[in-house]
Design a protein around this ligand. Structure first.
Ligand code: R5P
Length: 283
């Protein structure tokens, strides 16, 4: 097996190669003066089972992924598994208004065209996997990896900030042996949310808010305020995909004691690797 890492996921690709005892392929990536991408593989992949690892956010990384797939296909490989640790555009998983695209479907079709199998992590909506019509597609849960890291914090309680993440919070809570609950969120705009007030038994406790994505930080900030209002002693935020747009991290540091994320989007808070969970699904 050989692992190709795109420039959005170098650490995760290396960690996965190590787990799989696979060769990490030497990849050259550069940008032309007009910002177009150039890639070249410096190892022979003929006959290999290849795992390509590349997060597709922001958009330029999607183009790089398509070029890497094409370069891999220029060898007669036995199989190409495309691993997109953070699958961008997943939140537009349906047509909310007439005239809109189903963005997740458009991206899925592009990726599927050159893959034999597709893997992602904590996909925003499982229904997206259905857009990979001809090939095996799966979403791997990061909950076990997150829970392993969270053990050191003596967590008492896990909270999902909205109804969409109840299962993720419950999985983490189960692994930690603590209770979980959820809030009901209403989105007021792209950066603001409101939370329906709810009684939470967290007085003097350490609580974790678990979410799949932190983007502007609005969701976590609102949930953290609710936990603090109920007397939580310590509030941690744990997400799979830490995008942290604009001043999200600054905004969160005002309301959370710790913010952690996984290496699906590599950033300074990526203290948890999903390589152990991904490796179990790569064949
Ligand atoms: C939404 O349904 C997702 O699960 C996240 O809660 C959301 O994407 C977080 O976005 P933000 O950090 O901008 O509130």
């Amino acid at each position: 097996m050989q692992v190709v890492g795109g420039s959005a996921s170098p650490r995760l690709a290396a960690a996965l190669a190590e787990r799989l005892k696979a060769r990490l392929v030497r990849v050259e990536t550069k940008r032309f003066p007009d910002d177009e991408c150039y890639v070249r593989l410096h190892d022979d992949l003929t006959g290999a089972k290849v795992v390509l690892v590349q997060t597709t956010w922001p958009d330029r990384n999607l183009i790089e992924l398509l070029l890497l797939q094409d370069a891999i296909r220029s060898f007669k490989v036995e199989r190409l598994t495309t691993v997109v640790p953070y699958f961008g555009y997943a939140r537009q998983d349906k047509q909310f208004l007439p005239g809109e695209p189903v963005s997740a479907r458009a991206v899925a079709r592009l990726i599927e065209a050159q893959s034999d199998a597709f893997l992602t992590v904590d996909v925003h909506a499982e229904s997206i996997l259905g857009w990979f019509e001809k090939k095996r597609a799966a979403s791997v849960s990061a909950s076990a990896d997150l829970a392993r890291h969270l053990r050191q914090f003596s967590v008492d309680f896990v909270l999902s900030p909205d109804e969409g993440r109840i299962a993720q919070a419950a999985e983490i809570a189960k692994a930690l042996g603590v209770p979980s609950d959820f809030l009901v969120k209403e989105r007021l705009g792209s950066e603001a949310v409101s939370i329906v007030p709810k009684r939470l038994e967290v007085e003097g406790k350490t609580a974790v808010i678990a979410d799949d994505i932190i983007s502007t930080g609005g969701t976590i900030a609102a949930a953290a305020a609710e936990l603090k209002r109920h007397g939580a002693k310590r509030v941690l935020a744990a997400c799979t995909h830490g995008i942290f747009v604009k001043n999200a991290l600054e905004r969160l540091s005002a309301v959370c004691d710790t913010v952690i994320s996984t290496d699906t989007v590599e950033n300074p808070t990526s203290v948890v690797s999903v390589a152990p969970s991904l490796a179990k699904h790569c064949r």
